[in-house]
Design a protein around this ligand. Structure first.
Ligand SMILES: [Zn+2]
Length: 337
């Protein structure tokens, strides 16, 4: 891949990925905590096809993400029905508006680039980013914003110069074809006019079995797109959104943290558990990706869970007198420098 050099307009902004996940639902209440019909007055509800009502508690997370896989929680918004007078349930979008205000108040000068999925593509999100001075990449799927898709296609036909192809990887096994339009007009449901660039990337990749696989990525963004920066915007910007799913939530669900386990029947205690888990995940990532761990285990220790098991094993075999604790820690730190 070409070096970004001085051409990366995202340099200096923090890629901040937002994603929603269900913490636990009534099925888990029954299974994990053995509370029949376990739910509270703040649950979100959903009718399942079977006719059963599912009670659940989702959360919206804001995590800065990096290309080497760090995904660290800096703000959490719980999605729950807290207003008994409300006629509609709380939802991901409402949580996003609340979280955005908190984020701006807490980090007023932080240059942020939001990485969002297609659900957030809409007038309020564009206005909000403009108001707060934030950059964004919002995933645009083929089924979303038909008028934008049509304008993109029409304008792209009349601007054949807005295209570039790059190849990289072993034996140039990855080929990316880019198209973009820098001014696509859009009128939202409240008749407000918006204008933004749209970037498309079609990636063809030869997989391990020699088969060619094609994937399409498309984003709405407020970065100006050029022949120089199109691939950098995609590969170092829009595509980082997935880090919150893989390194963020997947590890929390399957890497030993059991994020979806209903840890407490108490609403506040459940939230405290969640925050503690985010801190534990931060420490886990720091260990996993830190130089000391790599030095001690150059070949790694297998799965992420094994890091925790190694820690437990190490602690179980450790006998340190309280009086010698300071000296012991100091010796360990000195040895590792
Ligand atoms: Zn509940």
């Amino acid at each position: 891949m070409p070096d970004g050099g001085g051409t990366n307009p995202q340099k200096g902004t923090l890629p901040l990925s937002l994603a929603e996940k269900i913490l636990y639902d009534s099925h888990r209440w029954v299974r994990d905590v053995d509370v029949q019909g376990g739910h509270c007055e703040h649950c979100l509800t959903k009718k399942l096809r079977s006719g059963e009502t599912l009670y659940y508690h989702p959360v919206l997370e804001a995590k800065p993400v990096t290309a080497n896989g760090f995904a660290i929680s800096i703000m959490t918004e719980f999605i729950e029905n807290s207003d008994p007078e409300a006629t509609k349930q709380d939802c991901e979008l409402k949580a996003f508006y609340r979280l955005s205000e908190r984020l701006k108040a807490r980090f007023p000068r932080l240059p942020i680039c939001l990485l969002l999925d297609g659900l957030f593509a809409g007038g309020p999100s564009f206005e909000l980013c403009e108001k707060h001075g934030w950059k964004y990449f919002i995933v645009l799927t083929d089924d979303d914003m038909k008028s934008v898709q049509q304008r993109f296609e029409a304008l792209s036909q009349s601007a054949p110069e807005n295209r570039v192809e790059i190849e990289f990887g072993k034996k140039k096994s990855v080929k990316q074809s880019y198209r973009w339009v820098n001014e696509v007009n859009y009128i939202d449901s409240k008749d407000k006019k918006h204008k933004f660039p749209v970037l498309e990337c079609i990636e063809e990749k030869i997989d391990s079995e020699g088969e060619s696989k094609s994937t399409k990525f498309k984003w709405l963004t407020n970065f100006g797109i050029t022949v120089i920066n199109a691939d950098i915007l995609a590969n170092e910007g829009g595509r980082l959104r997935w880090k919150i799913e893989n390194e963020g939530f997947n590890n929390l669900k399957n890497g030993g943290f059991e994020m979806e386990h209903a840890y407490s029947q108490d609403k506040t205690a459940g939230k405290v558990f969640y925050y503690l888990m985010q801190i534990a995940h931060l420490i886990s990532q720091s260990v996993e990706k830190g130089s000391l761990f790599r030095k001690a285990f150059p070949k790694g220790v297998g799965s992420l869970k094994n890091i925790a098991f190694r820690h437990i094993g190490g602690l179980a075999q450790l006998t340190v007198e309280q009086s010698g604790l300071y000296e012991f820690v100091w010796r360990q730190v000195s040895n590792s420098l």
